[in-house]
Ligand binder design. Structure first.
Ligand code: GLA
Length: 412
């Protein structure tokens, strides 16, 4: 969809006394990162957020009844029990404002509070969308000049998550006078909404969306972001998904509990990729400690789609408590190996084949930081232990596919 404001794709901060002091310092550090420009709120997103978002599948064809059905399906399909919690309404719910400036919902969403109550009654949480600009990317009402009022409205409705999409704020930045001034305006806009959320007293995940411009990973946490989009919009094609996913190399150091890189929502189950390509999508996102926001119609999922989205071992890699994002450790031509450190000393190893026909790919465990003399391996997608290795393993990887291993030392 064309972004309002002319923003184009890709355009887009004594011992008892001693112990007491230590506890206070640790607590303050957890709640408020030292480099932060923002006020603190109760910690959220200590692992990457999981849930569903309306945009990838429904775009503007989203309404109250559809969201309720998605919430129902999230429960009946087993997704909630696998860890998916947020039901996020993206753009196009907004109407104008009333006489006192309060944001109104359009006819597709007659009662947002009732919808939030319904979603909460299922053990799920509700997310919403807005922009720091006057208009959203689809041309609906944004939050510009109404940040505190909107945050208060969201809190009153019972909203738990806000995706805040730059969109027409770009026009305001263009008038700033210099790139530095424009950059600072953007940081101030995100900080303003974060502080408005904190003021409500209701914990909400704060999701920054400005398509990965201006090295957002360097300042996203400082403006209160719990996640920030690192790329332009994904589409349901191997080319788009793999370009975005494999481009994430080098960003690992910016992610951690409470603040994550976001390579965009999932396309699993939308129908334009092969099952091996969707397994690549899911495995890569798990290695990247990426938010897992399903972007398909949860009411019409095939057993295979449910199996990909709810694979407990893949989800466990994504949600690993250490919170360390993985990175590429080796690449040659169309072959890549990505590794993520897990709690307890194990590693998740993704062996990716970017060609569209099968290839044998060799992993040398010593080269990826595991001793030559003994690792035990488990094939995560196959759900089976594949024994021990003295140092090397050759995987047969399907075209555009992945072999995802969980590897741990077993001796010496
Ligand atoms: C932008 C975002 C998308 C979606 C649309 C809605 O393109 O990047 O994820 O939110 O806006 O208009």
């Amino acid at each position: 969809m064309k972004r309002a404001g002319g923003l184009k794709a890709g355009q887009r901060p004594t011992w008892a006394l001693g112990t007491g002091i230590l506890v206070v310092i640790l607590g303050a550090t957890l709640l408020l990162q030292p480099w932060s420009r923002v006020e603190a709120q109760a910690p959220v997103a200590l692992t990457p957020p999981m849930g569903w978002n309306s945009w990838n599948h429904f775009a503007e064809k989203i309404d109250d009844a559809t969201v309720r059905k998605q919430a129902d399906a999230m429960v009946s399909s087993g997704m909630r029990d696998a860890g998916y919690v947020y039901v996020n309404i993206d753009d196009t719910w907004e109407a104008g404002r009333n006489a006192t400036g309060e944001i109104q919902t359009n006819s597709k969403f007659p009662d947002m509070k009732a919808l939030a109550d319904y979603v909460h009654s299922k053990g799920l949480k509700l997310g919403i969308y807005s922009s720091p600009g006057p208009k959203t990317c689809a041309g609906y009402e944004g939050s510009y000049g109404h940040e505190e009022q909107d945050a208060a409205t969201y809190a009153r409705w019972g909203i738990d998550y806000l995706k805040y999409d730059l969109c027409s704020f770009d026009e305001i930045m263009k008038k700033a006078g210099s790139p530095e001034a424009a950059h600072n305006l953007m940081l101030d806009a995100y900080t303003k909404m974060h502080n408005a959320i904190v003021k409500t007293g209701r914990p909400m995940v704060f999701s920054l969306c400005q398509y990965g411009a201006d090295h957002v990973w360097e300042w996203g946490a400082s403006v209160g972001g719990n996640l920030w989009r690192t790329t332009d919009d994904i589409s349901d094609r191997y080319g788009s998904m793999s370009l975005i996913g494999f481009q994430q190399a080098g960003l690992a150091k910016f992610a951690g509990p409470g603040h994550w890189n976001d390579p965009d929502m999932l396309e699993v189950g939308n129908g334009k990729m092969k099952p091996d390509e969707y397994r690549t999508h899911m495995a890569l996102w798990a290695l990247l400690a990426a938010p897992l926001l399903a972007g398909n119609d949860l009411t019409t999922m095939s057993p295979e789609t449910i199996a990909i989205l709810t694979n407990r071992e893949v989800v466990a890699i994504d949600q690993d408590k250490l919170g360390k994002q993985g990175d590429r450790v080796w690449a040659e031509g169309s072959q890549e190996i990505w590794v993520r450190e897990l709690e307890g000393g194990a590693k998740a190893v993704g062996i990716f084949n970017r060609f569209d026909w099968p290839q044998n790919i060799q992993v040398d465990f010593e080269k990826i930081g595991l001793k030559r003399t003994g690792v035990k391996m488990r094939d995560v997608w196959e759900g089976r232990d594949i024994g021990r290795s003295g140092g090397k393993y050759v995987a047969r990887v399907p075209g555009h596919g992945v072999v995802l291993l969980r590897v741990a030392r077993w001796c010496c």
